[in-house]
Design a protein around this ligand. Sequence first.
Ligand code: ZN
Length: 157
Amino acid sequence: MALRTIRLLGDPVLNKVCREVTEVTPKIKVLIDDMLETMYEAEGVGLAAPQVGVLRRIVTIDIGEGPIIMINPRIVSADGEQVGGEACLSYPGKAGQVTRPNHVVARALDENMEEFEIDATELLARAICHEIDHLDGHMYTEFVEGDIYDVEAEEEE
Ligand code: ZN
Protein backbone atom coordinates (compact mmCIF):
# COMPACT_ATOMS: atom_id res chain seq x y z
CA MET A 1 0.00 0.00 0.00
CA ALA A 2 1.05 3.54 -0.55
CA LEU A 3 -0.16 6.95 0.38
CA ARG A 4 -1.57 8.97 -2.49
CA THR A 5 -1.63 12.72 -2.79
CA ILE A 6 -5.01 14.20 -1.93
CA ARG A 7 -6.14 16.67 -4.57
CA LEU A 8 -7.31 20.01 -3.23
CA LEU A 9 -10.25 22.27 -4.02
CA GLY A 10 -9.51 24.05 -7.28
CA ASP A 11 -7.94 20.98 -8.89
CA PRO A 12 -10.05 20.33 -12.03
CA VAL A 13 -10.05 16.57 -11.36
CA LEU A 14 -12.51 17.26 -8.53
CA ASN A 15 -15.09 18.62 -10.95
CA LYS A 16 -15.19 15.70 -13.37
CA VAL A 17 -17.73 12.90 -13.57
CA CYS A 18 -16.14 9.52 -12.80
CA ARG A 19 -16.49 6.38 -14.90
CA GLU A 20 -18.10 3.19 -13.63
CA VAL A 21 -15.90 0.25 -12.69
CA THR A 22 -16.60 -2.81 -14.85
CA GLU A 23 -13.89 -5.09 -13.46
CA VAL A 24 -11.83 -5.13 -10.28
CA THR A 25 -8.39 -5.38 -11.83
CA PRO A 26 -5.17 -5.67 -9.78
CA LYS A 27 -4.70 -1.95 -10.40
CA ILE A 28 -8.14 -1.20 -8.92
CA LYS A 29 -7.34 -3.39 -5.89
CA VAL A 30 -4.15 -1.40 -5.30
CA LEU A 31 -6.11 1.83 -5.69
CA ILE A 32 -8.64 0.72 -3.04
CA ASP A 33 -5.87 -0.28 -0.61
CA ASP A 34 -4.13 3.04 -1.20
CA MET A 35 -7.37 4.97 -0.72
CA LEU A 36 -7.95 3.28 2.65
CA GLU A 37 -4.40 3.99 3.76
CA THR A 38 -4.62 7.60 2.58
CA MET A 39 -8.00 8.10 4.28
CA TYR A 40 -6.76 6.73 7.62
CA GLU A 41 -3.49 8.67 7.45
CA ALA A 42 -5.46 11.88 6.86
CA GLU A 43 -7.94 10.91 9.63
CA GLY A 44 -10.88 11.31 7.30
CA VAL A 45 -14.16 9.40 7.45
CA GLY A 46 -14.42 9.09 3.69
CA LEU A 47 -12.47 9.37 0.48
CA ALA A 48 -13.50 9.22 -3.17
CA ALA A 49 -11.20 8.09 -5.99
CA PRO A 50 -11.16 11.50 -7.74
CA GLN A 51 -9.68 12.95 -4.55
CA VAL A 52 -6.55 10.95 -5.35
CA GLY A 53 -6.79 11.87 -9.03
CA VAL A 54 -8.50 8.72 -10.35
CA LEU A 55 -11.79 9.22 -12.21
CA ARG A 56 -13.42 5.96 -11.18
CA ARG A 57 -16.61 5.42 -9.16
CA ILE A 58 -15.02 4.12 -5.96
CA VAL A 59 -15.37 5.42 -2.42
CA THR A 60 -14.02 4.33 0.95
CA ILE A 61 -15.75 5.26 4.19
CA ASP A 62 -15.07 4.56 7.85
CA ILE A 63 -17.07 6.42 10.46
CA GLY A 64 -15.34 4.44 13.20
CA GLU A 65 -17.21 1.19 12.59
CA GLY A 66 -14.78 -0.38 10.14
CA PRO A 67 -13.99 0.20 6.49
CA ILE A 68 -16.72 0.27 3.84
CA ILE A 69 -15.67 0.00 0.20
CA MET A 70 -18.28 1.03 -2.36
CA ILE A 71 -17.82 0.51 -6.08
CA ASN A 72 -20.33 2.20 -8.41
CA PRO A 73 -22.39 3.34 -5.40
CA ARG A 74 -25.82 4.83 -5.83
CA ILE A 75 -28.53 6.05 -3.53
CA VAL A 76 -31.78 4.18 -4.06
CA SER A 77 -33.86 6.00 -1.48
CA ALA A 78 -33.47 8.95 0.82
CA ASP A 79 -35.66 10.54 3.45
CA GLY A 80 -35.58 12.84 6.42
CA GLU A 81 -33.22 15.72 6.87
CA GLN A 82 -30.12 16.48 8.92
CA VAL A 83 -28.39 19.82 9.18
CA GLY A 84 -24.79 19.79 10.28
CA GLY A 85 -21.18 20.70 9.74
CA GLU A 86 -19.41 19.02 6.88
CA ALA A 87 -15.77 19.01 5.86
CA CYS A 88 -13.58 17.45 3.21
CA LEU A 89 -10.01 16.20 2.95
CA SER A 90 -9.77 18.19 -0.28
CA TYR A 91 -10.40 21.41 1.62
CA PRO A 92 -8.41 21.01 4.82
CA GLY A 93 -9.09 23.13 7.87
CA LYS A 94 -12.53 24.24 6.67
CA ALA A 95 -16.13 23.22 7.25
CA GLY A 96 -19.60 24.43 6.48
CA GLN A 97 -23.22 23.63 7.18
CA VAL A 98 -24.89 21.30 4.70
CA THR A 99 -28.39 19.79 4.79
CA ARG A 100 -28.47 16.11 3.87
CA PRO A 101 -31.04 13.31 4.10
CA ASN A 102 -31.01 11.74 7.56
CA HIS A 103 -31.56 8.29 6.10
CA VAL A 104 -30.39 6.77 2.85
CA VAL A 105 -30.42 3.31 1.36
CA ALA A 106 -27.46 2.86 -0.98
CA ARG A 107 -26.38 0.04 -3.24
CA ALA A 108 -22.85 -0.65 -4.43
CA LEU A 109 -20.54 -3.43 -5.51
CA ASP A 110 -17.89 -4.86 -3.21
CA GLU A 111 -14.35 -5.87 -4.24
CA ASN A 112 -15.75 -9.12 -5.64
CA MET A 113 -18.25 -7.18 -7.77
CA GLU A 114 -21.08 -8.49 -5.57
CA GLU A 115 -23.90 -6.05 -4.96
CA PHE A 116 -24.69 -5.08 -1.38
CA GLU A 117 -27.04 -2.63 0.25
CA ILE A 118 -26.38 -0.23 3.12
CA ASP A 119 -29.13 1.25 5.25
CA ALA A 120 -27.51 4.35 6.71
CA THR A 121 -28.53 7.15 9.04
CA GLU A 122 -26.93 10.29 10.41
CA LEU A 123 -23.13 10.49 9.91
CA LEU A 124 -22.95 7.45 7.64
CA ALA A 125 -25.80 8.77 5.48
CA ARG A 126 -24.02 12.13 5.29
CA ALA A 127 -20.70 10.48 4.36
CA ILE A 128 -22.29 8.39 1.60
CA CYS A 129 -23.99 11.46 0.08
CA HIS A 130 -20.76 13.49 0.32
CA GLU A 131 -18.62 10.81 -1.32
CA ILE A 132 -21.09 10.04 -4.12
CA ASP A 133 -21.19 13.78 -4.86
CA HIS A 134 -17.43 13.60 -5.46
CA LEU A 135 -17.99 10.91 -8.12
CA ASP A 136 -20.22 13.37 -9.98
CA GLY A 137 -17.69 16.18 -9.68
CA HIS A 138 -19.31 18.02 -6.79
CA MET A 139 -17.76 19.43 -3.62
CA TYR A 140 -19.82 20.12 -0.50
CA THR A 141 -18.79 23.76 -0.83
CA GLU A 142 -21.39 24.06 -3.62
CA PHE A 143 -24.17 23.25 -1.13
CA VAL A 144 -23.00 25.13 1.96
CA GLU A 145 -25.59 27.21 3.75
CA GLY A 146 -23.93 30.30 5.17
CA ASP A 147 -20.21 30.77 5.58
CA ILE A 148 -17.37 28.30 5.41
CA TYR A 149 -15.52 28.35 8.73
CA ASP A 150 -12.18 27.18 10.14
CA VAL A 151 -12.03 23.88 12.03
CA GLU A 152 -9.53 21.73 13.86
CA ALA A 153 -7.93 18.96 11.81
CA GLU A 154 -9.68 16.13 13.71
CA GLU A 155 -13.11 17.32 12.57
CA GLU A 156 -12.31 16.96 8.89
CA GLU A 157 -14.20 14.48 6.82
ZN1 ZN B 1 -14.91 15.25 0.36
